[in-house]
Design a protein around this ligand. Structure first.
Ligand SMILES: *[C@@H]1O[C@H](CO)[C@@H](O)[C@H](O)[C@H]1NC(C)=O
Ligand SMILES: *[C@@H]1O[C@H](CO)[C@@H](O)[C@H](O)[C@H]1NC(C)=O
Ligand SMILES: *[C@@H]1O[C@H](CO)[C@@H](O)[C@H](O)[C@H]1NC(C)=O
Ligand SMILES: *[C@@H]1O[C@H](CO)[C@@H](O)[C@H](O)[C@H]1NC(C)=O
Length: 310
């Protein structure tokens, strides 16, 4: 089903090295659009969500947890009614499965939580509990969850400092399998922009297409240098390399989207249609926006293409 929205090769005309995002209208142009996922649910206080029938005009629909209704996250988010990050929403057998995280900038005291809803409507969400948590000094950070089901129920997450991790989930509880090992999928040590920042890599999206698992991640700090990179593997939980064969665990990653034109720091990606978390404006006066780009997968590597429609 996902494949139907990708362009076939040769339709693209390349006006820019990196195409501009498709236009999006409605409530979603508000500056609350960090770490989007399609539906569209975005990071923010209580997790705001938006709906659209045409993927151009987006209406605000409500919040998953209205008015401080996620008290179990307070310990990680710094108190009541703080922003919750990076929601990931998947519909399986008529149930909406939501993973999201709570942390504060610069902290490894972080947790990924799970919730379900049958309708997505206001008041319909049930807290499914804490899935993974980390503490200061751990070798990983429980942020930026991405849930996938092919070939197993699997949660990728992390991490800002030490890259990307994955753990198999029990399909009945959506909690890590008993004795599950945590796979280290990607890490970079080669510095970041701007200079003197940590070699940050975070926000995985694991995307199965044809014979490959693609691991999209966001590199650099969360500012105008934020960018989207990709590696791929023939197995889901190890062996990711970029197009040069450089391992994702050793600084590998092809850039598929980086700052261009008026678009600063397009990271925070999701695939399906690729929804990119853009910042526009001049450095120092950044505003978050969400943008859509199409991907051409025909070469076996994702390439963003110019189109004027979703
Ligand atoms: C958005 O909300 C407006 C006003 O409530 C409504 O007229 C419109 O149909 C909605 N659009 C979508 C795409 O849901
Ligand atoms: C988990 O590990 C413990 C200790 O090695 C073992 O006793 C137990 O059987 C394991 N459980 C499962 C479900 O693998
Ligand atoms: C996570 O991965 C799934 C399956 O690959 C994808 O469909 C989904 O959009 C992703 N969500 C986020 C928020 O990354
Ligand atoms: C692949 O190698 C070429 C030649 O050394 C280099 O220019 C390019 O940046 C590399 N690509 C990646 C993704 O590292």
């Amino acid at each position: 089903m996902h494949t139907a929205i990708f362009l076939i090769a040769l339709l693209a005309s390349f006006a820019n090295a990196y195409p501009n995002p498709l236009p999006m209208k409605g409530d979603i142009t508000s500056p609350q659009g960090g770490s989007p996922t399609l539906s569209c649910i975005a990071g923010g206080v209580g997790i705001p969500y938006y709906t659209s029938t045409d993927m151009v005009t987006w209406n605000s629909t409500g919040r998953v947890w209205p008015d401080g209704g996620a008290s179990w996250t307070d310990e990680y988010s710094g108190g009541p009614n703080r922003k919750l990050w990076a929601p990931d929403c998947t519909v399986l057998d008529g149930v909406i499965h939501l993973f999201y995280c709570a942390s504060t900038i610069g902290s490894q005291h972080s947790a990924i939580f799970y919730a379900t809803s049958d309708t997505g409507g206001v008041g319909s969400w049930t807290n499914g509990g804490l899935v993974v948590s980390t503490n200061d000094g751990d070798d990983r950070n429980a942020i930026d969850p991405n849930f996938s089901i092919d070939p197993v129920h699997y949660l990728t997450f992390g991490s800002y400092w030490t890259g990307i991790y994955g753990v198999q989930l029990d399909p009945t509880t959506m909690m890590p399998r008993v004795n599950a090992t945590t796979d280290h999928l990607a890490q970079r040590t080669n510095g970041a922009l701007p200079a003197a920042q940590p070699a940050a890599e975070e926000a995985p999206v694991l995307f199965k297409y044809a014979d490959w698992w693609y691991l999209f991640t966001s590199w650099n700090s969360d500012n105008e240098y934020y960018q989207t990179r990709v590696t791929r593997s023939s197995t889901y939980n190890s062996g990711y390399v970029d197009s040069n064969g450089t391992a994702a665990l050793r600084n590998g990653g092809d850039v598929i989207l980086t700052r261009h034109d008026s678009i600063l720091g397009p990271g925070g990606e999701d695939t399906f249609v690729n929804t990119d978390d853009y910042k526009t404006g001049s450095p120092g006066s950044l505003a978050f926006h969400i943008g859509l780009n199409r991907m051409d997968m025909s070469s076996g590597w994702p390439v963003l293409v110019n189109t004027s429609t979703p």
